[in-house]
Design a protein around this ligand. Structure first.
Ligand code: C5P
Length: 221
């Protein structure tokens, strides 16, 4: 069912530079996105992985891997593929803000306090939602510490996801950096399916199996 489908995946964090040696980023390891890429590849999909800086190497043959650093670079790389993919999966933890100015020289620590003015980064999933065709599917992720269902519904609507994968940072072993994750999936009809703590490889299988059900529904209707 996924064989031959062209699928864009964003993964990892982005880094937003303050000066040549300092940046703002987050603790995303990229493991979830890479696990999804592997699972899709094993199902015969054509994978395009747009990845921020991670320690993982993607060795999948015939897979397009685009390495980017910043959110603006990630958006530019994604835009190139938006029109030609069947499915887009947004696992990247894109930095919400970037420094308004990137200093060309290393900032000296002369003062006791320092203010860095930030400006909002583009929302890549939202940009895809704006141009998304009815035949295209998209999946988002949401990591929250509280009110996860309510925030999840808002994100799903705003970014036009077909479903959204929710995870919290409340329990040990789930979320950023870990090899395991505990997710729930929130669907358009607001149904929620919860899964136990599993390896990210197993979580990727669960997500892809939900994706396959969505494709089946579309093909039946
Ligand atoms: O709003 P929030 O950042 O929690 O949304 C998370 C979802 O949106 C994830 O799927 C993430 O990959 C995507 N996103 C994005 N570009 C951003 C921020 C989030 O694609 N600038």
């Amino acid at each position: 069912m996924l064989k031959g489908k062209r699928i864009l995946i964003t993964a990892g964090p982005t880094k937003e530079f303050i000066d040549p040696v300092r940046f703002i980023s987050n603790a995303s390891s990229g493991k979830m996105g890479y696990a999804i890429a592997e699972e899709l590849y094993s199902k015969g999909a054509e994978v395009i992985l747009i990845t921020g800086p991670t320690n993982i190497r993607c060795n999948l043959p015939d897979t397009k891997v685009v390495h980017v650093t910043t959110a603006l670079e990630m958006l530019k790389a994604c835009r190139h593929y938006f029109g030609s993919v069947d499915i887009a999966i947004f696992t990247a933890a894109v930095a919400d803000y970037r420094p308004l100015n990137r200093e060309l020289s290393k900032i000296k620590k002369n003062d006791d306090t320092m203010v860095v003015e930030l400006t909002k980064n583009p929302d890549i999933a939202f940009e895809f939602g704006k141009v998304k065709d009815p035949h295209q599917l998209s999946i988002g992720f949401a990591l929250e510490t509280d009110n996860i269902i309510e925030y999840g519904k808002g994100k799903m609507n705003k970014k036009k996801f077909d479903f959204i994968v929710l995870n919290t940072t409340n329990e040990n072993g789930e979320g950023f950096g870990f090899d395991t994750n505990k997710i729930s999936i929130l669907f358009r009809d607001h149904a929620v399916k919860s899964f136990p703590l599993k390896s990210k490889k197993e979580v990727a299988k669960d997500i892809i199996s939900e994706l396959e059900s969505q494709i089946k529904n579309i093909e039946v209707h």
